[in-house]
Design a protein around this ligand. Structure first.
Ligand code: BTN
Length: 255
């Protein structure tokens, strides 16, 4: 079904958080669109289908037409020092929205995937364009599997959707409105103090304390996932000592 932007506007309670909402039945990628646009501050772009949806590491983000949420939000003049801490805020906002609407408790997979039943249903791609020494433009891209039931074979064993978990059709407009409202509630608070988001993130972070491997720059490192530091970096305890990663893909070896 086509995403209903009028319904979305009606559901959003914090009407002033967004400056503009745009909808595309089809687009290359909502992130690419905002990255190439001017005046992106608080602009929300939603698409029912992306022909070149992108994930982290330039992977494809594939999502059936009209079944899921694929959207991006632009933010301007964002303090550069806080970029690494967004990894604590955005998953928290999505977690709270899912918890409030469906009483589910997603876990976070470092750095910013969300899991249900240990399977991914939400991915986040944060891109930034540095303006000057102090501030940056941000594009926060989010993909949430809502009503898709079948996934390509290569990913089906590690992918899920809200409908798969709940056996119920998800009201995409309601979920997106809840996410925007929660973002609006937490935004100023986050800009003032990131620590409560940091602690919440860690409390939901899947695999801390477990034996994991991490793929980074085409190399695999194995060790105990010791912690996430205040900059969102993963600390891995290996035979060679502690290694710190600011990106990568983790796999849990032993639960
Ligand atoms: C990941 O898990 O690797 C991140 C996936 C992010 C996908 C979203 S969908 C909306 C936005 N537009 C894109 O092209 N990507 C993000």
């Amino acid at each position: 079904m086509k995403f209903d932007i009028a319904k979305l506007r009606k559901y959003i309670e914090h009407k002033n958080f967004l400056k503009r909402i745009e909808y595309f039945e089809e687009i290359d990628s909502t992130n690419t669109y905002l990255k190439n646009s001017n005046e992106i501050d608080r602009r929300l772009v939603i698409a029912d289908f992306q022909t070149s949806g992108r994930g982290r590491f330039n992977r494809k983000w594939i999502s059936n037409k009209g079944e899921n949420l694929t959207f991006s939000l632009g933010i301007e003049k964002f303090e550069i020092g806080l970029i690494t801490k967004l990894v604590f805020l955005i998953p928290t906002v999505i977690h709270n929205s899912i918890k409030e609407l469906y009483d589910l408790e997603p876990e976070f997979k470092w750095p910013n995937d969300l899991l249900l039943d240990k399977k991914k249903f939400c991915g986040i791609l944060i891109e930034n364009i540095i303006d000057n020494q102090k501030s940056a433009k941000l594009v926060l891209g989010i993909g949430i599997n809502c009503n898709q039931l079948d996934f390509p074979d290569e990913i089906s064993y590690r992918t899920t959707s809200l409908k798969k978990i709940l056996n119920n059709e998800i009201n995409r407009e309601k979920l997106l409105a809840k996410i925007i409202d929660n973002l609006s509630i937490h935004w100023e608070q986050f800009l003032r103090d990131q620590m409560q988001y940091y602690y919440f993130y860690k409390s939901k972070c899947f695999s801390i304390g477990k034996l994991i491997s991490i793929l980074f720059n085409e190399k695999i490192f194995t060790g105990i996932f010791k912690d996430v530091n205040e900059n969102g970096e993963l600390i891995l305890q290996t035979n060679l000592g502690e290694l710190i990663f600011n990106s990568g893909e983790i796999t849990t070896i032993k639960e």
